[in-house]
Design a protein around this ligand. Structure first.
Ligand code: NAD
Length: 478
């Protein structure tokens, strides 16, 4: 069994805690760790360590070039441990190891490099409003950040939260998901060798309603950033609001993937497959509602379903695997609950079962449903698995109407060879990110955040600088 980490405080592993949480390998159902939950005293200790590190000021007053060096060392340490992190994360989440190795772990290191570069280029404001006075605006770190992250991409998202908060001089306490704590806990432990002053990065493990809630409420915490489900986001915003703590919440999605009839057909089919089936379909940005224009609908659906049937479901350690087991039995039941019953009006085109070749593990066949309308449950709720809902539309106007008829607004995808159509679509779609003729292309300088129930606030260079710093306006006689 893997080593247990209740908490990492001031660079030291803290093993106190109670109510162990079983951490299960979703590929075989075996227990891989028992995670003691950080109790209230441990959470308070972690926040106190972060507070002390902030107040002492070694990190926030460190010369920018030195801080950049430390952040770059964090990235190098992650790169150096990429194989180990991939092994741990695969065992804990069931996400194919090859995808973790090539995407999430690379991204985890890039997050530190990106913010190292970013802080070297920050600019300030200076106002010479009249001959007598000069006003300038300083950006100061906010203090201690509580970081709460989900299970679906622990390394990429957890590292984004750590790197973006500490780059601007803050200290932080991360509480990862209790379902997938192992990889990110190991990553935080690795950072101990990067040269960060003690107490700048701390970790507490435990459940959301106990450890997470206690963390947010601690008076030593200045800001809260959360990535996870929309219902939890509402709870967190309520708590943060009561306490007047700034919060960003990055939440769920039901992203429309619009395939117009003038698209590059092969590119669109492959892009749509990647958009929904990457990361076992467990992605906030999954293109889970595929809107296809009637002129190419039959051909598209046939190709999409045929290629879905060729997707390899299997051992997540096998490099040939496209889709591994879902994160837990409970989540698998949630995903399967969306399979339409006969007579419902929605047509199951392929999949819809536990993958029959596996006796154990949370394996689900990649599933495609042709929805009777956008009001269907498969089109309105976040399924968060390898489950695509197809909808056929006639006119461009209808596509925009369907795309926007959702309580979510995180990402949208548009496929067309007409620049005029693309430019019209990107204006009409209510979503924080519109990817045109590409499945997923993250630009870290640009904001990544949702409209509507997909969140409040965003990640990304300037967005993180605005969130993790406070502005101070200073006026002096000239
Ligand atoms: P979740 O909301 O169940 O849990 C997320 C985190 O919040 C966990 O660490 C959990 O322990 C904690 N938590 C739960 N209740 C809490 C409380 N009352 N106080 C403090 N912390 C609490 O989400 P999940 O199931 O882990 O993740 C999947 C969801 O995350 C999906 O909806 C997905 O779309 C979303 N997500 C969004 C983005 C984005 O960038 N918008 C990225 C990835 C995942």
């Amino acid at each position: 069994m893997t080593e247990l980490i209740t908490a990492l405080i001031d660079g030291e592993t803290v093993a106190t805690g109670d109510a162990p949480i079983a951490v299960i390998n979703p590929a075989d159902g075996n227990l891989i760790a028992e995670l003691p939950e950080a109790d209230g005293a441990t959470v308070d200790r972690a926040v106190a360590a972060a507070r002390r590190a902030f107040d002492e000021g070694t990190w926030r007053h460190m010369a920018v070039d030195k801080r950049q060096e430390v952040l770059r060392r964090c990235a190098d340490l992650i790169d150096g441990a990429a194989d180990e992190l991939a092994d741990i994360e695969t065992a804990n989440t069931g996400i194919p190891r090859s995808q973790l190795r090539n995407r999430s772990i690379r991204r985890a290191a890039d997050n530190f490099r990106f913010f190292a570069d970013y802080i070297g280029q920050s600019v300030g404001d200076l106002y010479e409003q009249n001959p007598d006075y000069l006003t300038f605006v300083r950006r100061e770190p906010v203090g201690v950040a509580a970081l709460i992250s989900p299970w679906n991409s622990p390394l990429a998202l957890g590292s984004m939260k750590i790197a973006s908060s500490i780059a601007f001089g803050n200290s932080c306490v991360l509480k990862p998901s209790e379902q997938a704590p192992l990889g990110i806990s190991r990553l935080v432990a690795l950072l101990g060798d990067a040269g960060l002053p003690e107490g700048v990065v701390n970790l507490v493990n435990g459940r959301g309603a106990t450890t997470g809630d206690r963390l947010i409420r601690n008076p030593g915490v200045d800001v809260v950033t959360f990535t996870g489900g929309t219902p939890t986001g509402r709870v967190i915003m309520r708590t943060a609001g009561e306490l007047l703590k700034p919060a960003t919440v990055e939440l769920g999605g039901k992203s429309a993937n619009i395939i117009f009839d003038d698209t590059d057909f092969e590119q669109a089919v492959d892009g749509a497959l990647l958009g929904i089936f990457t990361n076992n379909g467990q992605q906030c940005l999954a293109g889970s509602r595929i809107l296809v224009q009637r002129g190419i609908a039959d051909r598209f659906i046939e190709a999409f379903v045929a290629r879905t049937r060729n997707i390899r479901v299997g051992d997540p350690l096998d490099p040939a695997t496209d889709i591994g087991p879902l994160v837990s039995q409970r989540h698998m039941q949630h995903v399967l609950s969306f399979v339409p019953e006969a007579g419902s009006g929605d047509a199951l085109l392929t999949g819809g079962r536990r993958a029959p070749q596996f006796e154990r593990g949370c394996y689900v066949e990649p599933t495609v449903v042709l929805a009777s309308s956008n009001d269907a449950r498969v089109c309105q709720e976040e399924i968060f698995g390898p489950f695509a809902a197809l909808i056929v539309f006639d006119t461009d106007e209808e596509a925009y109407r369907i795309a926007n008829a959702s309580r979510f607004g995180l990402v949208s995808y548009v496929w067309s060879q007409s620049i005029a159509r693309i430019m019209e679509a990107q204006q009409r779609i209510e979503a924080g990110i519109v990817w045109c003729n590409t499945p997923m292309m993250r630009e870290l300088r640009a904001p990544f955040g949702g409209y509507k129930d997909s969140g409040v606030g965003a990640d990304g260079g300037a967005a993180c600088e605005a969130f993790y710093t406070r502005q101070k306006t200073v006026t002096i006689p000239r």
